[in-house]
Design a binder for this molecule. Sequence first.
Ligand code: FE2
Length: 300
Amino acid sequence: MTNPITATPNRVEHQLTDKGYVPVYTTAVVEQPWSSYSSDDHGVWATLFERQQQVLVGRASDEFLRNQRAMGMTPDRIPKFDDLNAVLRKTTGWELVGVEGLLPELTFFDHLANRRFPVTWWIRKPEQLDYLSEPDLFHDLFGHVPLLMNPVFADYMEAYGRGGVKAHGIGPEALVNLTRLYWYTVEFGLIKQADGLRIYGSGIVSSKGESIHCLESAAPNRIGFDLERIMRTRYRIDTYQKTYFVIDSYEQLMEATRPDFTPIYERLAQSDSYPAGNVLDTDTVYHRGTGEGWLNDGDV
Ligand SMILES: [Fe+2]
């Protein structure tokens, strides 16, 4: 008997054109081609995993670190989605699906709304350890998946997906407001623990430099979570964030997203957005950033 020959899925990445960086989107759901990972691929995983494990002690939230251990991720090899799924399905009913790269917004929201988390099957190259312009397997698995084990955060992610499908139907401005919420919570959120501020955002935990910067640098603002404030705040995609928002608990996040956002979108359509680095009189300020090293333009 012969095994069927399965083609390796595509590695869909951004393209550099004469107009600069152009993101490329793909919708396919693919099997993780685990046996096709090279020793370089496993080596990149091992290097990044061990480095971040050290950096995140005392910096990542207890919940993140505990769940990462409970899932059985180890540095010695790239985890198999099937193994992680066996644990996730039992714990919160989420599952990982393999994808080839960035997804169109509506496809992404639809996955989340159905408790499926899309994970890029390929991992960055050894020369890209410190920076990559788009999500890869390390960011998606190491950064996003551990908190899907937390029942409240898992519900928040599903609610976000449903909210995304709805905002997509309302229009591009609503989508901009909602995307800022994802950015400042799921990707770049901080949480207040009894022993101090900690990281839970995936964009931070998968970056050595930003893991240190977000907590220890005097440059950025650290401000209390406020839903509408966040929905009005622009952000950075090319530098560390100028502002990090701090939640008290995952429950606070879930509660804030329970109401229908439609009236909020209507209200925000009449208001200007805030620059990424602004501090408002109404903010709960944990730390007012010095602004050192900030670029004046480039907020999106
Ligand atoms: Fe992400």
